[in-house]
Design a binder for this molecule. Structure first.
Ligand SMILES: C=C(O[C@@H]1C=C(C(=O)O)C=C[C@H]1O)C(=O)O
Length: 118
């Protein structure tokens, strides 16, 4: 089975490098938008603010993405750093959503916000 690392094209100029990176970002950004969208769901479903940060889940994701990264010929330490930063941003967003969904009410107005399907 081919590995993701084998898809890296040989480049001779920085224009080549940046064209390839931009093309990958065009794929990555929509995927990240969808992943981050699930934080709204988590904020709605979790019953207590202390559940927003789940260290066991963070550790499981780190282990999982390190293994997947190795299978694809990548750099597990780099991938772990990317995912830890991504999850910190997701947790901060989830905290904002958790507060927004419960702001100024009895906690019963858990309405979807823009971008979230009801
Ligand atoms: C989405 C969750 O909330 C947080 C965000 C995570 C993520 O970005 O994947 C992982 C763990 C949680 O602290 C979750 O608990 O699964």
């Amino acid at each position: 089975m081919s590995k993701a690392i084998d898809l890296v094209q040989h480049c001779t100029t920085m224009e080549d490098v940046r064209r390839q990176v931009n093309a990958l970002d065009d794929v990555l950004v929509p995927l990240l938008v969808t992943r981050i969208g699930y934080m709204q769901q988590a904020a709605r479903i979790k019953g207590d603010v202390n559940q927003v940060r789940d260290e066991a889940r963070i550790a499981a994701i780190v282990q999982r993405v390190r293994e997947r990264c190795e299978q694809e010929g990548g750099q597990p330490d780099v991938m772990e750093a990317v995912y830890r930063d991504l999850m910190e941003a997701c947790i901060a967003y989830e905290h904002r959503e958790f507060a927004r969904l419960r702001a100024g009410t009895s906690g019963l107005d858990l309405e979807p916000s823009s971008g979230e399907q009801a």
